[in-house]
Design a protein around this ligand. Structure first.
Ligand code: PGA
Length: 254
């Protein structure tokens, strides 16, 4: 079985000073966790600083977004090859904040997923429903449509080269976590949905849970059958919380 995976999404937070402080506290304890894959996704401008800070560790680096275009006249955009050039392994694609605040559609997200693979990155495809969608019992339908757009664009085998993160929008940054049973239900559904296209991809693709993951709820979430780790926002900005979450992942791997 693949290692559990924990990815810290710093969003638009950090400074050169606070990044260095965070890493100086978290690096040694994270290094002791050899059965969990760990990555951090700082803002673009700090990727190079982070690449230097993690260079001797097994901590991987990711970006929070990428352009679907390869290069050219796209002022303010950052391409996958640039991200790769700085040493990134992962890139988040279709985070709910990108979808809701920056108008990213399922089609655009699929194009970005494709570009990430083209540039040698591992895309982390974020899917999840809003509160209104959950209340009107549309959760599974919404998640299926988000997955389907990417399957149609790249094919099921290439979906399996990425990671999926189920992040119910109502649980992101709200302190309200999906219960382990609620999360497991959607994770199992995602695996069953993928299995309609390819059983092997369904079995091997890592599916992370995101949405108010904290040190004290991580173990219960990660010990669910179809949850392979976490995508962590707020708690990844605090060294001891992030380490506690990574330790919970290691405990579930063992
Ligand atoms: P949160 O964010 O852990 O702060 O809820 C998760 C995410 O947006 O990836």
């Amino acid at each position: 079985m693949a290692n559990m995976l924990v990815i810290g999404n710093w969003k638009m937070n950090g400074s050169r000073k606070s990044n260095a402080e965070l890493l100086s506290k978290a690096l040694a304890p994270m290094e002791r966790l050899n059965h969990v894959d760990i990555a951090v996704c700082p803002p673009f401008v700090y990727l190079e600083q982070l690449a230097n800070l993690v260079v001797k560790s097994h901590i991987l680096l990711g970006a929070q977004n990428l352009s679907q275009a390869e290069h050219g006249a796209f002022t303010g955009e950052i391409s996958g090859s640039m991200i790769r050039d700085l040493g990134c392994h992962f890139v988040l694609v279709g985070h709910s904040e990108r979808r809701s605040l920056f108008g990213e559609t399922n089609e655009l997200v699929a194009a970005k997923f494709q570009s990430a693979l083209r540039d040698g990155l591992v895309p982390v495809l974020c899917v999840g429903e809003t509160l209104a969608q959950r209340q009107s019992e549309k959760t599974l339908e919404i998640v299926d449509a988000q997955l389907r757009a990417v399957i149609d664009e790249v094919g099921i085998e290439r979906v399996g080269q990425g990671v999926i993160a189920y992040e119910p929008v109502w649980a992101i940054g709200t302190g309200e976590t999906a219960t382990p049973a609620q999360a497991q239900e959607v994770h199992r559904h995602i695996r069953e949905y993928l299995a309609q296209f390819d059983a092997e991809v369904a079995r091997t693709t890592r599916i992370l849970y995101g949405g108010s993951v904290k040190g004290d709820n991580a173990f219960d979430l990660f010990s669910q059958l179809d949850i392979d780790g976490g995508l962590v926002g707020g708690a990844s900005l605090d060294a001891s919380s992030f380490v506690a979450i990574c330790e919970a992942a290691q405990a579930c791997t063992n």
